[in-house]
Design a protein around this ligand. Structure first.
Ligand code: DGT
Ligand code: CA
Ligand code: CA
Ligand code: ZN
Length: 582
């Protein structure tokens, strides 16, 4: 069984190789097809089994691309891809992971210097060879060199969005098996970290052998790394999945242990020592000194273990939500009864940052609004890109376009059950200037988002840049404040307390961009900003109605920042929102 992700990765690779060789149109077609293969709910392998016509039902997949998908699923290779790999033998995926090196640059550097790998790229940059190539300068070379280290680590961890899909597929599959009494995700995935090393799954069962047999035979499994009666490790969709089998009577203790974080566990263990207890993956035990020294991990008198709550209760603590378990003060807060009442998905009333085909989205205003109605939102902001410096070329809206779009939005708004607000997303320049649009035009919009799209990740402190943008009188929301792209581009440096303070003073909300490629802001930065009483907006930046579902990643990221519903702008009623925007 070939996963959709694998098929999409091959189409993307083909797009890169063609683009690097200056082929026109085709790269875009392959990328669109790859995106649609990724997001289709069907298994594309199953479609292949039903023939080419079934594959061509996928949007953006015509005969030529459909045939390549069929070829790949049936033979495991694409002849055209192999040909292109031979004519341009560059490790495209690795080399283009370096910020500032796209497929075209990689193609040029191969032609000029024979660069095939990240190591080649680093050697050439260090030797000063790149700045000698026409079209490249010393600054570009310096940037490439600075970004290689980041690129080496990027890709070693998976995005939360992808890992969640894999983890939930695994738990869904296991839950249907007879011997399984309970199954839960653990590890960083349960804590909703932005990136995930491996997927940890915990199964309560008295029949581990039979469960192992079923899961290793599952057709989503690409390889079995190890298998046994306590632990089985598998590969599913290019991710490692560790499944641990535990006695149902010890499930809660195991869940605490394998949810981590490691630092949270250590802090719990130390707390137990202080009160003649011992906590480990098997339970909480009352112990004498002799029993504590006993190599039998279950020595002592068991006082908890079946449920997580029982484990925390034995340690005289309330249950602690997994997102907080990073040893950033959650244990003292729990002990003092000061844990925050964290925001939940159900608290959210709408989305304040979305795009349409008026700029770089693929869907009309009507389609986005219809998607928001289906999703259950009460209100929606349409916020396409404004023209001006930044990365969006000529796709941004001019002042005339903005006035035209306001009318178009109002027309759709008049004809739907939810409230649709007008908005714009303007780019923040290196000096903090917000776009080029006349402030009087901005004043005609309900919501103005200012976000950085370039000059990011060069290691320079950009606090002043962001504070300047926050102080702009028309700005309502600071969008994806750090500009990071997980595994692709590091965050810009800034002081989150200062940003939080400026945001609170100026009545500007700081965004959690819920797109799994961004998750920006994130836990620790959010906590610092909320400490300064900044208001937070959880936005998906959806370019497609299906992306409204990214909201859950934003909510759990907010929880990692200790956010309550009161801290979040879009938990408010429409009136509350309007008050904030005034
Ligand atoms: P990851 O996979 O790198 O995204 O992060 P985690 O947190 O999922 O780490 P992982 O998969 O190595 O282990 C899962 C959990 O098991 C971890 O969060 C805490 C627990 N654990 C693993 N090794 C240790 C250890 O040496 N000491 C303690 N106290 N806990 C551990
Ligand atoms: Ca893990
Ligand atoms: Ca693991
Ligand atoms: Zn946007």
């Amino acid at each position: 069984m070939t996963s959709n992700e694998k098929i999409a990765a091959r189409l993307d690779e083909l797009a890169d190789l063609l683009e690097a060789q200056d082929v026109e149109y085709k790269p875009r077609a392959y990328r669109t097809a790859a995106d649609n293969v990724r997001s289709t709910p069907d298994s594309v392998s199953d479609l292949v089994a039903n023939g080419l016509d079934a594959v061509r039902e996928i949007e953006g997949v015509g005969e030529a691309i459909g045939e390549k998908i069929v070829e790949y699923v049936e033979t495991g290779a694409i002849e055209e891809l192999n040909t292109q790999r031979e004519s341009l033998p560059v490790e495209m995926e690795a080399v283009t992971r370096v910020e500032g090196v796209g497929p075209k640059t990689a193609g040029k550097l191969y032609e000029a210097l024979g660069i095939q790998t990240l190591d080649d790229l680093e050697d050439a940059a260090e030797a000063g060879d790149i700045q000698e190539v026409s079209g490249f300068g010393a600054k570009t070379e310096q940037n490439i060199l600075g970004n290689i280290e980041f690129a080496r680590h990027a890709g070693q961890r998976s995005l939360l969005g992808n890992a969640r899909a894999v983890g939930e597929e695994v738990t869904g599959y296991l839950a249907n098996h007879a011997g399984v009494e309970a199954v839960k995700l653990a590890g960083s995935l349960r804590r909703w970290r932005p990136t995930i090393g491996d997927v940890d799954v915990l199964v309560a069962t008295e029949e581990p052998i039979s469960v192992t047999e079923t899961v290793t035979e599952w057709d989503e499994v690409t390889s079995v790394i190890e298998s046994g009666s306590t632990k089985t490790s598998l590969r599913v969709s290019d991710m490692q999945v560790d499944i641990r089998f535990v006695d149902p009577a010890e499930f809660g203790a195991a869940l605490v242990y394998f949810t981590g974080s490691r630092d949270h566990n250590i802090a719990l263990r130390n707390r137990a020592i202080d009160s003649n207890q011992k906590v480990n993956e098997y339970g909480v035990f009352e112990v004498t000194d002799a029993e504590r020294a006993d190599p039998d991990t279950r020595a002592g008198t068991r006082i908890a273990g079946k449920t997580e709550s029982s484990v925390y209760e034995a340690l005289d603590l309330p249950w602690i939500p997994p997102e907080l378990r990073e040893n950033r003060g959650e244990i003292p807060a729990a002990a003092a009864g000061d844990l925050p009442d964290l925001v939940t998905e159900a608290d959210l009333q709408g989305d304040l940052h979305t795009h349409t085909n008026w700029s770089d989205g693929d869907f009309s205003i009507e389609e986005m609004v219809e998607g928001a109605v289906e999703y259950g939102h009460e209100y929606l902001v349409i916020s396409d890109h404004a023209e001006g410096p930044g990365v969006f070329g000529d796709s941004g809206l001019s002042e005339d376009d903005i006035h035209e779009q306001i009318e178009a939005v109002q027309e759709v708004a008049a004809d739907t059950t939810i409230t649709v607000l007008t908005g714009i997303e303007a780019n923040i320049s290196p000096d903090g200037t917000v776009g080029e649009t006349d402030p009087n035009v901005l004043a005609d919009l309900d919501v103005v988002i200012a976000s950085p799209h370039a000059d990011i990740g060069d290691g320079e402190d950009r606090t002043e840049r962001l504070v300047t943008a926050i102080e702009h009188p028309e700005v309502d929301i600071l969008g994806h404040p750090s500009g990071r792209l997980l595994n692709q581009r590091p965050a810009m440096e800034f002081d989150p307390s200062k940003i939080g303070q400026a945001a609170a003073e100026n009545g500007v909300a700081l965004e959690i961009n819920a797109n799994p490629n961004r998750l920006d802001l994130w836990g620790s930065a959010l906590a610092a900003a909320i400490e300064e009483e900044a208001t937070i907006a959880i936005n998906t930046d959806a370019h497609d109605p299906r992306e409204f579902a990214y909201q859950r990643f934003g909510v759990h990221t907010a929880r990692r920042g200790w956010a309550t519903a009161a801290d979040i702008l879009n938990t408010r009623t429409l009136n509350g929102l309007r008050q904030f925007l005034e």
